[in-house]
Design a protein around this ligand. Structure first.
Ligand code: PMP
Length: 404
């Protein structure tokens, strides 16, 4: 038995009332809630430990630096990689921009970049910009009409293109679908392709062993992993990482500066110009501690149970269309009711205290691919309960009665 009530007691926000109803939070794909230990670590930093990192010789600064670097070690441990392969950014978006901008000198008009129609805008727009800057050609991996992968067709496509860069998501934020990465990554292995995985959704639910996954880059956002907003980062295989151009320049990332010239440090320092989000990193460190104490397999099975329970309940309602893949999913359901506007459903559900997402979910090309303008999205985390789903489904029935 997964002790969900014990878990919920760690998340103070879950006891909130919204519109006089107990909150049912089904928007963890947008951002996860934070355990008390993360809130406490952030507060402790500002009340007792605040100092800038990497600069001072005084005790507070040294303590802050140690805590900051220890957090890097924890992320590295979480993904089973080396600490020097982890770069802090403000999140997955900045991490993807850092990689795409950093590759500017490695691509030219003979290069090719492959993405999929599933991607979040953060894993599309930086590649479009890189293609514009370098003359590289952007290709789209052909997916089935329901946005699942026909693996043999995709493999054939990759063999033909031999991409310079392959960027794809570990799990879709809109659908929750999990990408079967291994066959795709191993297909391009012989082409010296730079492989980039968007782990914003996968990093917490799927905790990949990056040593085994063997991609070149993997990006993540702390706020989707129980940590604070405004912090995240990337893993980069060291040679590939160090070969990137610096994304930003300034203090901390330099070796020497004269008035007309500068030299840069090696990764990860090379990519961390300026004062970082120290409190965010320290809060994230507490989130990683929380995750390391959690029985991840039990949490995953529990989330899958919630997902299946909700899918079955939704399928009992006439007029509901579910777009998510039901076999391989991190626990996110993308659906519509008849041709009702998803905003209307989400607004009505909010009146019952149920928080779901609606719209295009920063995946406009995916919505076009699916032939819809948008959807409602309910996303689950291990702190949700079956009762949350019962409340959600009952509220949905009430909304439908109002709309029909
Ligand atoms: N990729 C995916 C799959 C996401 O879900 C998100 C966040 N919704 C991002 C990238 C961007 O993450 P952030 O906004 O934290 O930078």
């Amino acid at each position: 038995m997964f002790a969900v009530e014990k878990i919920r007691a760690d998340f103070p926000l879950l006891t909130q009332k919204i519109n006089d109803q107990p909150l049912v939070y089904l928007d963890s794909a947008a951002t996860s809630q934070k355990p008390q230990s993360v809130i406490a670590a952030t507060e402790l930093f500002y009340t007792q430990q605040n100092a800038n990192v990497h600069r001072g010789r005084h005790s507070l600064s040294e303590q802050a630096t140690t805590a900051y670097e220890k957090a890097r070690d924890k992320v590295a441990q979480y993904f089973n990689v080396q600490s020097r392969e982890i770069v802090w950014t403000k999140g997955a978006t900045e991490a993807l921009n850092l990689i795409a901008c950093g590759l500017t000198e490695q691509l030219d008009k003979n290069s090719s970049i492959v993405i999929t129609p599933l991607e979040h805008h953060a894993n599309i727009v930086p590649w479009q910009q890189l293609a514009l800057k370098t003359g590289a050609k952007l290709h789209i991996l052909p997916l089935e009409a329901d946005a699942t992968f026909n693996m043999s067709a995709c493999i054939e496509f990759l063999k033909q293109i031999k991409p310079t860069v392959l960027a794809l998501t570990h799990a879709s934020n809109a659908l929750g679908n999990i990408t079967n990465l291994s066959p795709l990554l191993s297909t391009v292995k012989g082409f010296n392709t730079i492989t980039v995985v968007d782990g914003a959704q996968g990093a917490m639910h799927l905790q990949p062993d990056l040593n085994i996954l063997d991609c070149d880059f993997y990006v993540f956002s702390a706020h989707k992993m129980l940590g604070p907003t405004g912090v995240g980062g990337l893993y980069g295989k060291y040679e590939r990482l160090n070969a990137l151009l610096p994304y930003q320049t300034g203090g901390e990332m330099i070796e020497t500066v004269s008035l007309f010239n500068s030299t840069f440090r090696d990764a990860p320092a090379k990519f961390e110009a300026g004062t970082p989000n120290i409190a965010g990193v320290i809060g994230f460190s507490a989130a990683l501690d929380y995750l390391s104490e959690l029985d991840k397999n039990a949490a995953y099975d529990y989330e899958q149970g919630l997902f299946n329970y909700a899918v079955n309940k939704l399928n009992e309602i006439d007029g509901i269309t579910i777009y998510s893949n039901l076999e391989h999913n991190i626990g996110t359901i993308c659906f519509n009711y008849k041709d009702e506007h998803p905003f209307d459903i989400a607004t009505l559900l909010d009146g019952f205290g149920v928080a779901v997402r609606s719209g295009h979910h920063c995946t406009q090309p995916l919505m076009v691919h699916l032939g819809i303008n948008g959807s409602v999205r309910a996303s689950f985390c291990f702190y949700n309960t079956h009762q949350d789903i019962d409340i959600f489904i009952n509220a949905l029935h009430e909304c439908i009665a109002l709309l029909d």
